[in-house]
Design a protein around this ligand. Structure first.
Ligand code: 13P
Length: 258
């Protein structure tokens, strides 16, 4: 049974005051942890005050990124060991924006992944491709090449600790989410590929998230797809009311959004 995981990726938005105000607005509305996991990935400096604010709740505070080194002369970097020391359980790695804007390579992401696993923080490994190309050979190839190089050296015993995401580049921040078929197909292909590498038993336990213009109107439908175990939400997660609706998507009537 794969527990749904709903993640707000705030990107470079919200200062500490805004982040804490947001928590205040949503904490009473958290869904039952037995049914679903919810997380927020704020800017790095907001992690500590947010961790303190949520210590009595099941809400996960998630790193948006971390370095492959744990300490030393790496100005501006974030140590996954120190995230772990604060009690952070998850860190996003290789988001499309890290790859595109900051030119992170698969090899870099692989090093970060191995370090995060070693330090006991569960990686959310992001993959991306062109929405319109999914299902065609080129796009599959590029997603799987990302996966191939990123997973180098990961022991089989650690694979189910990793969460994967599929975010079509042209659905990120555009307001145009992938149609259901494409979103499901991308996640399905990812699972299939993990199955080929590690066996279907492991692939069936791994959680795969869809990301790209998820909002209160489409989340219920996306979450009903068999291979979509959760979502990464950017813009629509910045508004508390909108996020409350999305983290409680299980209570939405499907008819309401069709
Ligand atoms: P949007 O929801 O703003 O499209 O962002 C998606 C994303 O990048 C989540 O990681």
């Amino acid at each position: 049974m794969r527990k749904p995981l709903i993640v707000a990726n705030w990107k470079m938005n919200k200062n500490v005051d805004e982040a804490l105000t947001f928590l205040h607005q949503i904490l009473d509305e958290l869904p039952d942890y037995d049914r679903e996991e919810v997380g927020i990935a704020p800017q790095a400096f907001a992690i500590y005050p947010m961790m303190k604010a949520v210590s009595q709740t099941p809400l996960q505070i998630i790193g948006q990124n971390a370095a492959s080194k744990c300490n030393g002369a790496y100005t501006g970097e974030i140590s996954v060991r120190d995230l772990a020391a604060m009690g952070v359980n998850y860190v996003m790695l290789g988001h499309a924006e890290r790859r595109e804007i900051f030119k992170e390579s698969n090899r870099t992401i692989n090093q970060k992944l191995l370090t995060a696993l070693r330090e006991g923080v569960r990686p959310i490994v992001c993959t991306n491709g062109e929405q319109k190309m999914v299902g065609q050979h080129n796009s599959c190839y590029s997603i799987f090449r990302q996966l191939d190089n990123v997973l180098t050296g990961v022991p089989v015993s650690q694979v189910t600790r990793i969460v994967f995401s599929f975010e079509p580049t042209d659905a990120i921040g555009t307001g145009k989410h992938a149609d259901l078929e494409t979103a499901e197909h991308g996640c399905h292909l990812l699972r299939q590929e993990i199955g080929q590498r590690y066996g279907s038993q492991i692939a069936n336990q791994v959680r795969i998230l869809y990301g790209g213009s998820v909002n209160p109107n489409n989340i219920r439908l996306l979450m009903a797809a068999p291979d979509i175990d959760g979502v990464l939400i950017g813009r629509a997660s910045l508004d508390a009311d909108s996020f409350i609706q999305m983290m409680n998507y299980q209570q939405m009537a499907l008819a309401q959004v069709m």
